[in-house]
Design a protein around this ligand. Structure first.
Ligand code: NAP
Ligand code: MG
Length: 499
């Protein structure tokens, strides 16, 4: 046994009560978000009424308060949006990369200028804390625009072959967990490469996309380059199956992703799928334990665990299990759950009643299957959708909470003894989106990264996303990459890609 192991084994958490700090409320100004009573579709550069008279409501999940009525796009509206995108494709793809880059830089600057407004709106419509929208969602979205603006005139040097060509009209469908960020992840590379888009935001979170439509007008983006159609699953299906769409990019659940892949097989349409995950966050006994605890918290409680790459399975080396779990519980006692617009809030609302129901039922199953459930004492608000941060210990490898994506603030703790066992357990999942490794040894990080079947492996950090770094999955987490040079390949036709 190494010196480190002996020391770690004997370390105990000092028995001192965690100081409690009283916080005054620090609400961000709600009025910064100008929410209209109703929204039309954004087609050909204008807000238009849908062909039918259907609409649906979006609510604030932290209060269940009605926010706005949003147009429900049907097949006819999708036809119209695709026709606008097709018409715009000729001039947009013929424009110089420098000109396209200019528009993207303009969008990036406008988004950065109006960042507070976007952050407040996103928190209200989605339920996530303002601290996250302000510090992560919105700045990262702007960074993606800046990054791809820089690529627009350098595509010949992207290593994808000479003179790569855009694909045409991209049909894109995104989920509700990072509404603005996913929107930009999809739109920025498509536009930089000379494609035009028809995109559908998720039903519960359409508002930041509609504000982005205003930004497109403000930036004087040529009409038809970006078209945003709101609606339900059927609207998404109409985009995916549309005969004049050349490329489909989908982010969402594995079940819908599989159905899309089946449908598109043989159609000649290019497809990328960013689907679910059940990431392992692996903590070795030589890890900086306090830092690892922060990483575990960030891994699964960031954005209420509504994160495809969330570290939802903690694999901890057996001899430090008790220490890590004790420290983790103490840390969780300090998290603040409540009003998403309060700047001190760590945990916001669950996005919808449906998602809350799914989390609750999987957690009940976890208990029934013998897992030991723990949550810090925390009072849940009386209205809205809420779920306390939850940790399960004693979880069996085949328990449903160890296998299925919960997509909520629920951590399943499992143990391992050797690196080989850690790899075997981490890879024992149909998913392969991300993984984390905590150790002080660089050689062990690389050893693990070589063996973990995951698109992204973080070492001594977690959930770190950057526009220059490609993101995407293996196995049932999908295929294709977003971000980085690799992400451009999804929107270009080039001999190097076709050969
Ligand atoms: P979802 O039900 O698959 O929905 C995703 C999007 O697809 C929504 O806009 C949805 O519309 C639409 N949709 C539903 N049925 C469709 C169909 N038959 N054809 C085309 N579009 C359809 O997933 P979700 O529950 O909203 O999102 C959570 C999932 O997304 C999780 O599994 C998560 O891991 C995954 N995710 C993955 C990534 C990644 O990068 N890998 C990122 C974020 C989330 P409605 O909103 O109207 O249902
Ligand atoms: Mg909403």
């Amino acid at each position: 046994m190494s010196q480190t192991e002996t020391e770690t084994e004997t370390e105990t958490v000092p028995d001192v009560a965690t100081p409690t700090w009283e916080y005054d409320p620090a609400p961000e100004a709600r009025e910064l978000a100008h929410i209209r009573s109703s929204y039309g579709l954004f087609i050909d550069g204008e807000f238009v009424d849908p062909a039918g008279d259907g609409s649906f409501a979006t609510i604030d999940p932290s209060t269940e308060r009605h926010l706005a009525e949003v147009a429900l796009a049907g097949g006819e509206d999708v036809d119209r949006a695709v026709a606008a995108a097709r018409k715009a494709f000729g001039p947009w793809s013929a424009a110089s990369g420098r000109d396209r880059g200019r528009y993207l830089f303009r969008l990036a600057r406008l988004l950065a200028e109006r960042a507070r407004e976007f952050a407040v709106l996103e928190s209200i419509d989605n339920g996530k804390p303002i601290r996250e929208t302000r510090d992560i969602d919105v700045p990262t979205a702007a960074a993606h625009l800046f990054y791809h603006a820089g690529w627009a005139d350098k595509l010949d040097w992207a290593g994808l072959g000479p003179q790569p060509r855009p694909l045409g009209v991209a049909g894109q469908v995104i989920p509700w967990n990072f509404p603005l960020l996913m929107l930009i992840w999809k739109i920025a590379p498509a536009l930089a490469c000379g494609n035009t888009v028809v995109i559908k935001p998720a039903e519960t979170t359409p508002l930041s996309a509609m504000l982005f439509a205003e930004l497109c007008q403000q930036a004087e983006l040529p009409p038809g380059v970006v078209n945003i159609v709101t609606g339900a699953g059927e609207t998404g299906a109409a985009i995916v199956s549309h005969g004049d769409v050349d490329k489909v990019a989908f982010t969402g659940s594995t079940a819908v992703g599989k159905a899309i892949q089946r449908e598109l097989a043989g159609s000649g349409k290019r497809l990328t799928l960013e689907l679910g995950g059940k990431a392992a966050n692996v903590v070795f006994d030589d890890a900086p334990i306090d830092q690892a605890v922060e990483g575990i918290v960030d891994g699964i409680f960031f954005n209420q665990g509504h994160v495809c790459c969330a570290g939802s399975r903690l694999l901890v080396q057996e001899n430090v299990h008790d220490l890590v779990v004790d420290k983790l519980k103490r840390r969780l006692e300090t998290l603040r759950l409540g009003d998403p617009l309060d700047k001190n809030t760590d945990i916001g609302a669950i996005n919808s009643a449906e998602q809350l129901e799914r989390i609750t039922s999987l957690v009940d199953i976890g208990e029934a299957e013998g897992g030991e459930r723990w949550s810090p004492a925390c009072e849940l608000p009386s209205s809205g959708f809420w779920f306390a941060p939850t940790v399960f210990t004693g979880v069996g490898a085949s328990s449903r909470i160890a296998v299925e994506e919960i997509f909520g603030p629920v951590l399943s703790v499992l143990t391992f003894r050797t690196p080989e066992e850690a790899v075997a357990k981490a890879n024992n999942t149909p998913y392969g989106l991300s993984a984390g490794v905590w150790t002080e040894k660089g050689s062990r990080m690389f050893w693990m990264a070589d063996r973990l079947e995951a698109g992204v492996v973080w070492a001594n950090t977690f959930n770190r996303l950057d526009p220059t770094s490609p993101f995407g999955g293996y196995k049932e987490s999908g295929f294709g990459r977003e971000g980085g040079r690799h992400g451009l390949a999804a929107y270009l036709a080039a001999p190097a890609l076709e050969g």
